[in-house]
Design a binder for this molecule. Structure first.
Ligand code: NAD
Ligand code: AHE
Ligand code: ZN
Ligand code: ZN
Length: 374
């Protein structure tokens, strides 16, 4: 039977404050739980969003982080899908295979532990983390900013040990999200015209997915001119800076560029004004706009209903619509055989004790992803 352990973690004690590196106690995994030694974690904008205090589900103190790779250190009773020593990626979108959602064949959202995950606790309603006598909350069912974390067994997938963990961690969110949005959620058709709003890790991954599916025009839209080269590196055909259109709206410009509108557009900014523009840049009758960006509490999207009456479709996805346990191992194989770019997204690296610098890096215009060595 595994016993309790201890390790370092970056703790968010309060909203809006820097993370603090602490020694924390990590309880042994209970039945259907897995304790992972996290080796590497990415830092995603969603971590910064929750830390900012704008996430209605955000509560403190908490161990953030949801883009992590590591090795299974121990397992609780009745765990059959992974074993100590397995290389794994933590999954904030679990896959139980049994719930109404998993069985529907229509979504990757699993309902089994979503309620407790959103409250920052394990499925039995308690936390496995303690620091200075206080319980710490879990985040997105993963809490990868800790050297040891405990997750539900349905929130972890074993992958080949041939893939380096300092890269596979990024498959825990950003890359899979954008790539899946293009390849699974939109299922972009060959020759179709695509516009990607926001060329961060998520947007560039959409570009990668659109290239894979043989899209025609792939137009990157970003307010940062530095993102033109990034878009082209991943296979975009065009770049537009919407602030440099001399008063013309971005939707009007894209409609002109694509003979009536795009077949698929993707919001990868989290800005509700951009989401509207992305919908309105779609082709009448069939254009689809996929919302990926996370907007803060209280923000709402709007458009004239006429946009939908005339056939445009507004939808969205989490984790790209990818089912982590079923589909992530194949993405790792694609990476190893050179079919999926991963290394190219890593622009910055930091050690755990510099994780606050990693957050600053992320907010700088030249950062695609910063990987933290735990
Ligand atoms: P990022 O900050 O690295 O990239 C966003 C890009 O958008 C930047 O290049 C920025 O210059 C650009 N941008 C900002 N305002 C713009 C505007 N008005 N018009 C055009 N471009 C604009 O972020 P990221 O890591 O790629 O994440 C993108 C979004 O996706 C975030 O909101 C994040 O929280 C969300 N996200 C969602 C999921 C999901 O499952 N739905 C998963 C991961 C991330
Ligand atoms: N708690 C937030 C929700 C944020 C959100 O939409 N999260 C995405 C993943 S972002 C990863 O970087 C997600 O998985 N959504 C589906 C779900 O079930 O949470 C809020 O705003 O309330
Ligand atoms: Zn994320
Ligand atoms: Zn399920």
């Amino acid at each position: 039977m595994p016993s309790d352990t201890a390790g370092k973690a970056a703790v968010a004690w309060e909203a809006g404050k820097d993370l603090s590196i602490e020694d924390i106690d990590v309880e042994a995994p209970k039945a259907h739980e897995v304790r992972i030694e996290i080796y590497y974690t990415g830092v995603c904008h969603t971590d910064a969003y929750t830390l900012s205090g704008k996430d209605p589900e955000g509560a403190f103190p908490i161990v953030l982080g949801h883009e992590g790779a590591g090795i299974v250190e121990s397992v609780g009773e009745s765990v059959t899908n992974v074993k100590p020593g397995d290389n794994v990626v933590a999954l904030y979108t679990p896959e139980c295979g049994e719930c109404k959602f998993c069985k529907s064949g229509k979504t990757n959202l699993c309902g089994k532990i979503r309620a407790t995950q959103g409250k920052g606790v394990m499925p039995d309603g308690t936390s496995r983390f303690k620091c200075k006598g206080k319980e710490l909350l879990h985040f997105m069912g993963t809490s990868t900013f800790s050297q040891y974390t405990v997750v539900a067994d349905i929130s972890v997938v074993a992958i080949t040990s041939k893939a380096p963990m300092d890269r596979t961690c990024l498959l825990g969110c950003g890359i899979t999200t954008g790539y899946g949005a293009a390849v699974v959620t939109a299922d972009v058709e060959k020759g179709s015209n695509v516009a990607v709003f926001g060329a961060g890790c998520v947007g560039l991954s959409v570009v990668q997915g659109a290239v894979k599916n043989g899209a025609g025009k792939i137009i990157v839209v970003d307010v940062n001119d530095g993102k033109e080269a990034w878009g082209k590196k991943f296979g975009a055909t065009d770049f537009v800076n919407p602030t440099k259109l001399g008063g013309k709206s971005i939707q009007e410009h894209l409609v002109e560029m694509t003979d009536g509108g795009c077949d698929y557009t993707f919001d990868c900014t989290g800005n509700v004004g951009v989401m509207r523009a992305a919908l309105e840049a779609c082709h009448k009758g069939w254009g689809q706009s996929i919302v990926i960006g996370v907007a803060a509490a209280g923000q709402e999207i709007s458009t004239r209903p006429f946009q939908l009456v005339t056939g445009r479709v507004w939808k969205g996805c989490a984790f790209g619509g990818i089912k982590g346990r079923s589909q992530l191992p194949d993405l790792v194989d694609d990476y190893l055989t050179g079919k999926l770019k991963v290394d190219e997204f890593i622009t910055h690296r930091q050690p755990l004790d510099k994780i606050n610098t990693a957050f600053q890096d992320m907010k700088a215009g030249d950062c695609i992803r910063c990987v933290v060595n735990m």
